[in-house]
Write a protein that binds this ligand. Sequence first.
Ligand code: SAM
Ligand code: SF4
Ligand code: SF4
Length: 375
Amino acid sequence: MAERSIPVVALVDHRRAARPMPIPPRAERPDGQVLDRRGRPLRDLRISVTDRCNFRCSYCMPKEVFDKEHAFLPHAELLSFEEITRLAGLFALHGVKKLRITGGEPLLRKNLEILIAQLAQLRTPTGDKLDLTLTTNGSLLARKAQLLKDAGLDRVTVSLDALDDAVFRRMNDVDFPVAEVMRGIEAALAAGLAPIKVNMVVRRGVNDGQVLPMARHFREHFAHRVVLRFIEFMDVGATNGWRMDEVLPSARLLERIDAAFPLRALDPTAPGETAGRWAYADGAGEIGVISSVTQAFCGDCNRARLSTEGKLYLCLFANQGHDLRALLRDPAIDDAQIAAAIGAVWSQRADRYSELRGAVPDAPRAKLEMSYIGG
Ligand code: SAM
Ligand code: SF4
Ligand code: SF4
């Protein structure tokens, strides 16, 4: 199926804009129970470790925009591993139980296993290890899976948008072969990073012909070891020419799969879970659907995002980040003050962009790039 030509919009740089994070006058000790203005706890921190990537998926980093001229963040702007670990520990005091390393392509960050090893040492206030996961395009996974597991990584999510090699090469737009990603998935399974999630972003008219081949492949060869999840193409970022008619609603997608391989609904495993879960009626494992566009799940969104250079975003569609790096790099500010500032910002959070998307079509918001803030 041919890739449609899409209107590509120039990148507006929202990275510089950040709000200072005021330190509350009385720094109260975090009790792990901080709630935002809609009563949502803070449980999940997504940490972007690089804004660079070796793929140019057109829905994320179209090569017309992310070309040789594009200014990626200089190394001095990035948080160091020590800074990331310090912050993650403070988020854990506020109730974060899950860390997801993302990017850009996180496996491009040099010596990432050192960061994983540091994060694996962190504990929740009740002494539990944090759930440590990573989202990757899989291109370097065959080489790194065992190293990451040995460092303390629990699981991986691999993005894979097609099984057909020609379609996959067009999707990543750098001619990268699907076989190498499949080798990465095998290596991750062999290393014990299971169960592996495989995420497929579905664009109607571009790769939706791959939905059934992907479903068939993973249920036949990886049942119970890989959970395939279908993600609706989202209007994140300003450069990918998003159009509603390229979204395949999850309800339609489930009808297609159900007609070929009957499904039954499963209960969510945890509050705030992004994916709806479905099992194959014949017992060949399960799939997930992430309906970010057609069925907003802001109601129990417990996710915060930390950008590569230390800005805290409370929503994928937030207007601005909050400048945590300035606090980290100020020698007069201690951990208790930074923790208090994080709690104060979270308690003011009211974001629910996806719920409002339809209701307030022109609601002002920044168009942060997914490659900058991570998925
Ligand atoms: N490079 C890694 C990868 O591709 O897995 C990690 C970063 S990537 C930004 C994280 C996830 O965001 C991927 O699963 C990707 O498919 C998804 N993503 C990026 N742009 C998207 C969009 N416009 N709509 C839906 N998902 C998107
Ligand atoms: Fe890179 Fe991931 Fe974005 Fe694709 S989705 S361009 S692999 S960051
Ligand atoms: Fe969470 Fe914002 Fe996405 Fe809603 S739109 S689910 S608040 S990140």
